[in-house]
Design a binder for this molecule. Sequence first.
Ligand code: SAM
Length: 236
Amino acid sequence: MNLVILYQEELAGSGMAVIRDPRRVLHIQNILRAMPGEQIKVGLLNGRIGEGEIISSTPEMMELQVEFSSEPPPVLPVTLILALPRPKTYKKVLQAATAMGVKKFIVIESWKVDKSYWNSPVLSEEETREQFILGLEQGMDTALPEISFKRRFKPFVEDELPEIIKGRLPLLAHPGAVSPCPRNVAGPVVLCVGPEGGFTGYEVALLEKHGMQPVSIGARILRTEFAVCALLGKIF
Ligand code: SAM
């Protein structure tokens, strides 16, 4: 936790904030080892970031004097389309991509996505938001990403994708693609990452037909969570 996210309802009058959630209180005490009188980095969810001076600290609650003085880091101009991975990987990808500045996620169905994954509790609004918060805390950011789920691959690709990629560089991360993934792209990008078993030939062909450009980051095939980070690191 590099930035302690605060919520509007935790703000009291005259610049004071009170945290009662054990996860953050214990992290500040035991991991950051911050004591009364010391400053920690804080940010208001969907707001500005700044400093908080610890006024009092018990295992149950912490009082801070806070001042929000700067804007969160710039958004990464990317829409990340992700074939639904297994629940553990879903959590890792959301956290890591959020820490890197992704603000727009579209999670899609594809042939090699195990159907049971769609019933996982990790997809709930609450658990998804938890991953976003963990990513924001890591990446020193406050702006909550948005996410949508598309359970039907073909209608999504045929009816929605063309509009989504308009004015954006549409990249399909595909091991074995002939074209290398571009570096240091200046404008907005749509990046599509496949499921753990990969996209089928039919799916790749349909994505290409609707504008996606297959690119590779090399001969080594990476796990989804590492591939997402390697791709974003290269593209931006
Ligand atoms: N056996 C699958 C295949 O060959 O596509 C492996 C899928 S990989 C675990 C999951 C996703 O990460 C891929 O669909 C792709 O989007 C991305 N990825 C992993 N390694 C990559 C690479 N070297 N180049 C481009 N994309 C890659």
